[in-house]
Design a binder for this molecule. Structure first.
Ligand SMILES: *Cc1c(COP(=O)(O)O)cnc(C)c1O
Length: 367
């Protein structure tokens, strides 16, 4: 027996994710293309997404935390796994044991990693993160200067890449892009022989100058538009279908949902859907999103509840929306970027909020 007939359904297209990776790889070649799979592969499920990417040739993965790194290591024994959060005190032996690559964010971490590697005789692989203007993680300008004056601080380490991260890459005209690029070039020039990595999804589309030796896309792999304001060069990867629980007729003058925030000014029809803010359907979409059914657009009416959504289906042809049926909440016609615009957020938050209560279906190779 399956309970899927009673659930909303989240379908994740692994072929589309793999295809997006190939597009980014080709756009950045000859630079190497990694994949950022932090936060459970942006909510899509690292257990399925990472192996699908490894199958098409991705050999370097970035995660945010040590725990994410350990989970990925257990899934994929052969690939390189880098942990963006850095090398916190007491964790170096775990990094070594599981062959995880720490992203070293300050000189203390560099020293700690050297010490641990010297103890065990291993050439510790690492990525060195230099901050060029985001002021979040990475060596600050004074530390970068110290390193430039004394490269022996890296002795015994296998520095795979020197990386930095851009604050405004999704806004090509922002002057900070040029500033960060210039600072990064200067930092690399002071560390001869080391490879560079600057671009996440959006910076891949800022041009060759930003590719260096390695690019680190996340969002674009999952279909978020890395070039806001221009056509999306990526494929959509998720489709969310909400289960219809009830279809009801409402008299003119009646309101729908908590707070009675919207009223019918004509006799209407409401479809109540089995999805809510507990599933990551943001409450800020109340009275402000769309669903689709057989090519028809249906507007949300009322507030988002914990487990329920209400859509105005008054204008749909009779018989199209029925209990047990499905309406499309996210997909080609209303993308995570569309939902983000309507919710006042970014597509990243829409994806990483996707709940665990949906029946999850994976399609494509590796499903
Ligand atoms: C999250 C992250 C990325 C990926 O960014 P996207 O915009 O999702 O492509 C790359 N590098 C660093 C340091 C990150 O934190």
């Amino acid at each position: 027996m399956t309970t899927e007939a009673a659930s909303s359904i989240l379908t994740i297209d692994l072929d589309a994710v793999a295809d997006n990776w190939r597009r980014l790889r080709d756009a950045a070649a000859p630079a190497v293309c990694a994949a950022v799979v932090k936060a459970d592969a942006y909510g899509l499920g690292i257990d399925k997404v990472a192996p699908a990417l490894a199958d098409v040739g991705c050999a370097l993965f970035f995660v945010a935390t040590l725990d994410e790194g350990l989970r990925l290591r257990a899934l994929l024994p052969q690939v390189d796994v880098a942990v963006l959060g850095g090398l916190l005190p007491g964790t170096a032996p775990i990094f070594l044991r599981d062959r995880l690559i720490p992203v070293l964010n300050d000189l203390g971490q560099v020293e700690r990693w050297r010490g641990e590697c010297a103890k065990t005789g291993q050439a510790g692989a690492a990525i060195l993160h230099i901050d060029t203007g985001m002021n979040r993680l990475g060596l600050d300008p004074r530390e970068a200067e110290r390193l430039a004056l004394d490269a022996t601080l890296l002795d015994g380490l296998d520095i795979r890449y020197v990386m930095t991260h851009m604050a405004c890459a999704d806004t090509p005209s922002d002057p900070l892009n040029e500033i960060q690029l210039a600072r990064f070039k200067a930092a690399l020039a002071a560390l001869p022989g080391l490879k560079g990595s600057l671009a996440a999804s959006s910076a891949i589309f800022l041009g060759r100058d930003c590719h260096f030796d390695l690019v680190r896309p996340g969002a674009a792999l999952y279909g978020i538009n890395p070039t806001p304001g221009k056509p999306n060069p990526m494929r959509q990867t998720v489709r969310l279908e909400g289960r219809v629980l009830q279809v009801r007729y409402v008299d003119s003058g009646e309101a729908v949902g908590y707070g009675a925030s919207r009223r019918f000014d004509r006799p209407g029809k409401i479809a109540t859907i089995a999805t809510g803010y507990a599933d990551g359907y943001l409450r800020s979409l109340s009275n402000g999103s769309l669903a689709h059914l057989a090519g028809h657009r249906v507007p949300m009416m009322g507030r988002v509840s914990m487990d329920l959504l209400t859509f105005d289906v008054t204008d749909l042809p009779e018989g199209l929306v029925i209990p047990g049926g499905l309406v499309e909440l996210l997909g080609e016609q209303y993308t995570p970027d569309d939902a983000a615009r309507d919710a006042g957020t970014i597509g990243y938050e829409i994806l990483t909020s996707l709940g665990q209560r949906y029946a999850r279906r994976y399609i494509g190779a590796g499903a």
